[in-house]
Design a protein around this ligand. Structure first.
Ligand code: Z57
Length: 831
């Protein structure tokens, strides 16, 4: 259907363009208008929620104009687009970011004041868009910000979960999960009820002959669920470019079938169908670095991938180009293996719907996709039972088998002598039951595979994907070290530091080219500058101390060293090492005389993070931390010298308060287990130092900022295997300091010893897989060094400034430019 306005009428459209507020008065007018008309309220019942809604709507109106223009520009120029497929987008709040990017925060601040509100209170009314678990989802959000800011024509594709990551409450020291229903009022999403795709599941494949005698596969029967698009504008910084994040929501397909059911009076089963359909996009799976192989999860994956590909192909077809040009117009990045079915789906579309030959289709597919790996942990590598895939997606399984057949034939040709190779690299694992190895499928279906930090990219090439490097050559594998957006993670989270930096580096240009931070280095020895710097850190700590007081009713001293570990709770991230270290510190303090105690550096150990609801050991760790806190925090012998804080419900918005307030943050994973880490970058960029292992991006942070500015400790990745081997063969005794810690736990100093038996035994009796004991001594020694160095504040602050000055590399802008050049072959679109 032609929906375009004919030429003669277009003038009326052009001259009646909506003009948004230009000054404070107009902003106030817009807010009042939205309160009184859109929300149907008045000054007599305008609470902060209503004021938030009206403010968001006022900014949204401005955003939409840029958004529409960007989409029009992309259509007119018909340029190559990048599609970022991710099951997770951990966006956080949108309003502050929208204010920054469309410019007008100062106007809003004054205007809201005039209307009786404080801008911070209004901003904090917004619920986080928490459609992700942790690092992987937040990375996707930073990438969207960078792609828009750099003017790349980019689309994000994901699922519109009705429930994001659960909210965490800590009750009696235990994690309790509360559902996160976040969609009540969301001004940032636009339902596109006209953009729908019907998605098929189950059924069977019937082969038939077409008029030329060619065999064609027909996927028939089964059930259909409809995908509805919901769009979110993604504004760029200091550019009118506003990209689109398209999230799919599931609903029952409205076929005649349902009407018939209704007419027959089968209301109940009709409603049940509807609910089953809506279940697909109902809830985000709350696991980080773990795959559990549930049928509904596979349904989510196919639903989202099929809807997105349909959309992408539909857009490509509008340009009427030959299929061979598809990879010149379309780049698709797979954020982990979760969207790998897209490889199979595109091959199916080209083969079954568009009638291409296998090889022609397959060349297009592999030229289109890139795959990013985010983990080497075996429990996180996706595998799906062949039987389940067969049942849910019968045609896709056939295609997977064919992809595998042709792949293995080529391998056999290349390595005729290596019979073992074929079973090692087969996409089908010949186990009981047989499994589809999704990472292998993603590698075979992509032209580039990347890891997310140097060590991680080396590791995947020498361990889990070693054979594939032999088969395809090293050029197919590359590294793109992760990054973070300095807009949210410095300017928005730490406005005072941003202002100070701007005043010394020549304005806010550094937010577009983070390497400009190097200009700060000349101020490292400037006493006045250091003083201002320290004052800002202190103010950020006061803010966090107030937050701790108001939420937990615990008083912490802002002059103490704030030692922070906030991230998902996981054994490999080793929060247990941290809390054992805290116990060790506590026991030492208890043994000291009052005089000795006076010489100690006061510390606040701050933890935060969610455990996957089914991860029992992670929940034990949370419980231990809280129990240690309740003993330590009320011990008068210790007073200000040690406080242990567990911050409930760590999320993006809380990170924005916590990170700028840290003196020291912990990134202490067993070497070789944390693919990159991205919060390590956020902490350093906000003027905090790191205690960390030689793992993930810690290594490159060290390379950039210098080893004098980071506290590294522990085993190296290359030694991990041998140490684990020794443990298994009994050549392992628990560190003596750690033994004292275990004794305190098992004698009930921190509550019922039985509660923590498993935590202690994992290290003492069951092989200490994460090498907690091996690294304990060096961890404690390094913390001692931290205490000493913190006493010399001048030197400490110098290190912080020097580090920030050298953090330019870690902008997600740098990272996106690398993807664009090395993987996507795509250029920014001039505005
Ligand atoms: C996730 O958050 C990450 C990897 C995964 O395989 C899954 Br599933 C979830 C994280 C890594 O653990 C981090 O080290 C990394 O920084 C982040 O992904 C972004 O690459």
């Amino acid at each position: 259907v032609e929906a375009s306005i004919p030429e003669p009428q277009r003038e009326a459209w052009t001259k009646n363009q909506f003009e948004s507020f230009k000054d404070q008065g107009e902003f106030e007018k817009e807010v009042v208008r939205h309160v009184e008309t859109t929300l149907a309220r008045s000054m007599f019942n305008c609470d902060e929620t209503a004021a938030y809604s009206a403010t968001a709507l006022a900014f949204r109106d401005r955003l939409i104009k840029d958004w529409n223009k960007t989409q029009q520009r992309q259509t007119f120029t018909d340029s190559k687009r990048i599609y970022y497929l991710s099951l997770e987008f951990l966006m956080g709040r949108a309003l502050d970011n929208a204010m920054l990017n469309v410019k007008g925060k100062d106007i809003a601040k004054g205007g809201l004041n005039e209307l009786g509100f404080r801008i911070e209170d209004i901003i904090s009314q917004e619920n986080d868009a928490a459609l992700g678990n942790g690092g992987l989802g937040r990375l996707a959000a930073c990438f969207l910000d960078s792609m828009a800011s750099l003017n790349y024509p980019a689309w994000g594709y994901g699922l519109r979960y009705r429930y994001g990551i659960f909210k965490q409450e800590i009750i009696d020291g235990y994690q309790v999960e509360v559902p996160d229903y976040w969609l009540d009022f969301n001004p940032w999403e636009f339902p596109r009820h006209d953009v729908t795709v019907d998605i098929q599941f189950y059924g069977h494949v019937r082969k038939s002959q077409d008029e030329n005698g060619k065999t064609v596969a027909n996927w028939e029967g089964g059930e259909v669920v409809t995908a509805v698009a919901y769009d979110m504008p993604i504004p760029g910084y200091d550019t009118p470019s506003t990209n689109n994040l398209r999230l799919w929501s599931s609903k029952a397909a409205s076929g005649e079938f349902d009407f018939q059911k209704f007419n027959n009076g089968e209301y109940e089963s009709s409603v049940a169908d509807q609910q089953r359909a809506e279940t697909i996009s109902a809830v985000l799976y709350p696991n980080d670095n773990l795959e559990r192989g549930k049928e509904l999860r596979l349904k989510q994956q196919y639903f989202w991938v099929a809807a997105s590909l349909y959309d992408i192909v539909r857009r490509f077809k509008k340009s009427k180009r030959p299929w061979s040009e598809f990879p010149d117009q379309v780049a698709i990045q797979l954020n982990d293996t979760h969207p790998t079915l897209a490889v199979v789906e595109l091959q199916r579309i080209l083969l079954d719907k568009e009638g291409l030959e296998w090889d022609e289709a397959w060349n297009i597919v592999t030229a289109t996709f890139g795959y990013t790996n985010h983990t080497v942990l075996p429990e996180a590598l996706e595998k799906w039972p062949v039987g389940l895939v067969q049942h849910l997606l019968p045609r896709h399984l056939q295609i997977i088998y064919d992809i595998n057949l042709f792949f293995l034939q080529s391998v056999e040709k290349k390595f005729p002598e290596d019979r073992d190779m074929l079973s090692r690299v087969s996409i089908i694992e010949e186990s009981q039951p047989k499994m589809v190895r999704m990472a292998y499928l993603a590698i075979v279906g992509s032209h580039k595979v990347n890891g997310v930090a140097e060590l991680h990219s080396d590791l995947i090439q020498t361990t889990i994907f070693k054979d594939f490097v032999k088969i395809y050559g090293a050029d197919k594998f590359t590294n793109v070290t992760n990054g973070i957006t300095p807009r949210r993670w410095l300017h928005q989270a730490n406005p005072r530091l941003s202002e100070l930096i701007a005043s010394k580096t020549g304005g806010y240009d550094y937010l577009k080219d983070l390497t400009t931070l190097n200009k700060l280095e000349q101020y490292v020895d400037d006493k006045d500058f250091r003083k201002e710097w320290a004052e800002i850190k202190y103010a950020n700590k006061v803010r966090l101390a107030k937050y701790i007081k108001s939420t937990l009713d615990i008083t912490v001293n802002p002059a103490a060293l704030f030692d922070v570990q906030v991230k998902r709770i996981h054994e490999y991230k080793r929060q247990q090492l941290n809390i054992f270290g805290v116990i060790y510190r506590y026991l030492q303090l208890k043994e000291m005389s009052p005089e000795e105690r006076k010489k100690q550096a006061p510390r606040v150990s701050i933890f935060g993070g969610k455990a996957a609801p089914g991860y029992w050991m992670a929940k034990q760790i949370i419980h231990l931390i809280n129990n240690v806190g309740s003993v330590v925090n009320k011990d008068p012998d210790v007073g200000d010298l040690l406080k242990v804080i567990y911050l409930e419900d760590y999320n993006v918005s809380k990170a924005e308060i916590i990170i700028p307030a840290s003196d020291l943050s912990e990134h202490i994973s067993t070497a070789g287990t944390e693919a990159s880490g991205t919060s390590n970058m956020k902490f350093v960029l906000n003027g905090g130092l790191i205690i960390g292992t030689c793992d993930g991006a810690n290594i490159e942070i060290t390379r950039e900022i210098g080893q004098d500015n980071i506290f590294l400790f522990g085993t190296l990745s290359e030694d991990v295997e041998d140490l684990r081997h020794n443990h298994t063969y009994g050549k392992h005794s628990v560190d003596s300091g750690l033994q004292k810690v275990f004794e305190a736990i098992t004698t009930g100093k921190f509550g019922d010893a039985n509660d923590f038996g498993a935590l202690v035994s994992a290290v003492r009796d069951h092989g200490d897989y994460y090498l907690v004991s091996d690294d304990f001594q060096s961890y404690v020694d390094t913390q001692k060094m931290v205490d000493e160095e913190y006493k010399n504040q001048e030197e400490w602050v110098s290190k912080c400034i020097r580090s920030v000055a050298r953090m330019g590399f870690f902008s997600s802008d740098r990272c996106i430019n690398e993807y664009a050049e090395e993987i996507w072959n795509i250029e920014p679109l001039a505005v």
